[in-house]
Design a binder for this molecule. Structure first.
Ligand code: SER
Length: 596
């Protein structure tokens, strides 16, 4: 079974079980400053899991593009990926453990669907921890379906709990499904979750029944939800009897092209394979970031920094394979051809993706040689030192002068059995550039959306600001990005010129006038077509004829949006623009606050 068929079967199965198919969302989360990328299918659904009504109802299904950046360094082995697709079904206060587990079992084992051998299926269940009891209920459901005790494993929080890392939000025990590949166990302790490759995890059913509070305690949620996630790449590898996700059709085109360019062959030599996998993975992820609805370009901040790291790491590995020409732009065609069906946003961005890849490659190649040379010049001196550590200021010099991402210096260093003083690097960075430091740090964070009162008020302020900008500057103004913390909003929008002091004042005045009118905020559900007809500002075209939520602030603003918002503008305070600056070509950025 190919990925395209799996996607289609999964959706069909759950639609038959009365789920509404919804569109996956952008890779760049909106209004969520805690993560750089959408990390799971449930990520865009957090507000709905917390209680917002979803226009699609209480049973949803979709496929979602995801990126996890915690594992960039691990990419190169046969299993890690930075980009992956996740299939998911959700119950928003509808079914819970019984139906979720039964549906999972049916989809996996029924000959009409995946037809996997039930004998090869093992499952894990939460063992209980921190005052939360063992999930015997779920284990009993698996037993009743015929999974024997030997293949039901009770594992601790580390393995069988899903929730925000250190933050507040919905969470709960989960139950993971593994397929035994038939490979030799690595030892007597090899159980599902072991990384040796015997057990392949393909699906996770999460039972969202708690909400982690700011005090770190767990509150039962009145409305229990289910969040499931099935990785497409891993599942088709299993269905096709492949040892690795890289051996599936999703990578065959890119890998063949790399083989052709380099004259090397995949599967003959481990070091070559590592480089080929790094290039293939990083290219695929870069194409999806550049080709996203909210595409970003390489930079030294946030998502742009990750993109830069990926492209530069791919280029460095291409040189290990003796590829010396610019090649990423041409290879991006394989990715776009493969995915333009399920991800229609890619095709219109084809030219842009190619041009950006080529430009970044050029930029990097210019400095790479010099940087590597510089690094080698440093080596003899470093060898004389007591520790095999590269001082932070030298790592920073490579970063600042030669565009070496820290992680690339670490990789180069590791090749000579050196490590890098990360703290020293951060200090040098801090001294040099406050703003960039924040961006690089952010790349290591994870978590879930913040739904505090202040964030909600700033979210409503963003709608007023958007409309005010369209009045003052013109209707060409469109939202390009939004990022809200409890302290401030940041809004990026299309506009060519710097705003004058008068324009800024006018926008601020309009927003405050509206706030003072004590306008009610109302939400209505309608089809995309109706929303357009009603004159609602819509940021994206939804992909299906689906229902959307339209938020109106009095008669002033109407926008397609997921929420949440304040109930009345009287809850907001005074709006103040702190800064208006350039964000990128043709895009301006406003930072603003609400003073209460
Ligand atoms: N949130 C869970 C995961 O990412 C299930 O979707 O594994």
């Amino acid at each position: 079974m190919k990925a395209d068929q799996l996607r289609q079967k999964y959706i069909q199965f759950f639609v038959e079980k009365n789920h509404t198919q919804i569109s996956g969302q952008s890779l760049i989360p909106e209004n969520d400053p805690t993560v750089l990328f959408t990390t799971a299918g449930m990520h865009p659904l957090v507000p709905y899991i917390l209680g917002e009504p979803h226009p699609g109802g209480s049973r949803l299904v979709d496929y979602q593009k995801c990126i996890r950046t915690g594992d960039i360094e691990a990419v190169g082995d046969p299993s890690h990926l930075t980009f992956f697709e996740m299939l998911g079904n959700w119950s928003l206060g509808d079914y819970f453990k019984d139906e979720a587990v039964r549906m999972s079992y049916e989809f996996l084992t029924s000959p009409r669907w995946l037809g996997l051998d039930p004998e090869k299926l093992s499952v894990t269940v939460f063992a209980g921890e921190e005052g939360i009891s063992r999930d015997d209920y779920t284990a009993d459901i698996w037993r009743s379906l015929g999974i024997p005790d030997e293949r039901i494993y009770f594992l601790p929080r580390e393995d069988n709990w899903w929730g925000p890392a250190g933050a507040t939000g919905p969470c709960g025990p989960d139950s993971e499904m593994f397929i035994d590949t038939g490979r030799e166990a690595c030892g007597p302790d090899c159980i599902p979750g072991c990384s040796c490759g015997k057990y392949f995890e393909i699906w996770n059913d999460v039972f969202m029944q708690y909400r982690k509070t700011e005090q770190g305690t767990y509150e039962q949620m009145d409305r229990k939800c289910v969040d499931t996630g099935m990785g497409i790449e891993r599942t088709i590898a299993i269905l096709q009897g492949k040892q690795s996700v890289y051996e599936t059709e999703l990578f065959s085109g890119i890998i063949a092209a790399i083989e052709k360019l380099s004259g090397k062959h995949y599967g003959e030599d481990e070091l070559t394979d590592v480089s080929i996998r790094i290039i293939a993975d990083h290219l695929r992820t870069s194409v999806f970031i550049l080709g996203d609805e909210r595409g970003v370009v390489p930079s030294n901040l946030g998502q742009g920094y990750i993109l830069r790291r990926l492209i530069r790491r791919a280029v460095r590995h291409s040189r290990k394979l003796d590829i010396h020409d610019f090649f990423l732009g041409d290879l991006s065609d394989y990715v776009i051809d493969q995915y333009c069906g399920p991800y229609p946003e890619l095709e219109p961005n084809r030219g842009f993706v190619k041009a950006e890849l080529k430009a970044e490659e050029e930029k990097f190649l210019k400095t790479l040689l010099k940087g590597e040379h510089e690094f080698e010049k440093m080596l003899p001196n470093l060898m004389k030192g007591k520790t095999r550590t590269i001082p932070g200021r030298l790592a920073f010099k490579l970063y600042d002068t030669y565009g070496f991402p820290l992680e690339l210096t670490e990789e180069l260093a590791a090749e000579h059995q050196f490590s890098v003083d990360r703290e020293g690097f951060a200090k040098a960075f801090e001294k040099h550039q406050e703003a960039s430091r924040a961006g690089a740090e952010k790349t290591f964070k994870g978590g879930l959306a913040d739904n505090s009162e202040m964030t909600t008020a700033l979210h409503t302020a963003t709608h007023l600001l958007h409309q005010a900008l369209r009045i003052v500057l013109g209707s060409h103004v469109g939202q390009k990005g939004s990022n809200i913390t409890p302290d401030r909003l940041r809004f990026d929008f299309t506009h060519h010129d710097k705003m004058s002091g008068g324009e800024i004042q006018q926008v601020e005045d309009i927003v405050n006038e509206q706030i003072q009118r004590n306008l009610p905020v109302e939400m209505e559900m309608m089809s995309v077509e109706e929303a357009k007809e009603a004159g609602a500002i819509a940021f994206f075209e939804s992909k299906y004829g689906e229902q959307v939520k339209v938020y109106s602030v009095g008669d002033f603003s109407k926008e397609v949006c997921g929420g949440p918002h304040v109930r009345n503008t009287s809850e907001m305070g005074t709006f103040k623009i702190l800064k208006e600056q350039s964000s990128s070509a043709g895009v301006r950025r406003i930072k603003a606050v609400l003073e209460r």
